[in-house]
Design a binder for this molecule. Sequence first.
Ligand code: SAM
Length: 278
Amino acid sequence: MTEPTLYVVATPIGNLGDMVPRAVETLQTVQLIAAEDTRHSAKLLEHFHIKTPLLAYHDHSDSKRTQYLIEKLRAGESIALISDAGTPLVSDPGYQLVAAAQAAGVRVVPIPGACALIAALAASGLASDRFSFEGFLPAKQVARQKRLAELVGNTGTTIFYEAPHRILESLQDVVAVFGAERPVVVARELTKTFETFLTGSAADVLAQVAADSNQQRGEIVLLVQGAPKPDAAALDSEATRIMALLAAELPPKKASALAENITGVKKKQLYQWYVDQK
Ligand code: SAM
């Protein structure tokens, strides 16, 4: 008998061709599928001829439901967790169940597949070396602007999920808080017939979305390019002040080495600044 396992299974975000074979096989072989919305998932299962029983699970399910599933796992059954679309736990239910399974010593195995934020990032043209996912922005403007203001200095790409009826307002707030020039991408209807990427400055993308009501439909990922990294050439005044003070007492090489220790700014840069001043 294989070890009882909780499988966290990704399902497509629109295109059924993105269902990975391992997901189909897993859903066919487990004893039970815990799904966010059983009626929604029934259609997917039917398409792939999966006859495994379904049980509703969401993080608001009372803890009795979580306990029930943990008991089943403990009794030797394997369970697959799916959500309506994409990867469970990513703006979707599952965290409570996975945490409870971990705590109960149950093996948890991911079956990776579609995820809207990763698909959007992969084709956005924005930097992907560092990014943060911020889920959905608050629905109310004051809270939304406050949240955006907290993120304005992020130097990595920032990714949000957004509802179509709020995309216009959110873009207006991005312009207001991040500035009209900040590069933005709106990735819409990924993997589906009307897949669209709108790219440009925040003001530009806002204008494109405002001008075409189709762009305010469907499923949307909003990506914002990171804030420019502090210009390496532009030394802040505190660093130059310290360099000047030290250089007044010490040879410039020694002064720049000490100033680097104090300010974190590279000694070469500080030395060059000092030489340029003379
Ligand atoms: N768990 C899912 C995932 O892995 O991407 C996300 C679930 S979340 C409840 C739903 C949101 O994800 C949508 O409102 C939209 O922002 C984004 N999304 C899901 N599918 C999408 C698609 N095909 N194209 C663009 N965005 C999508």
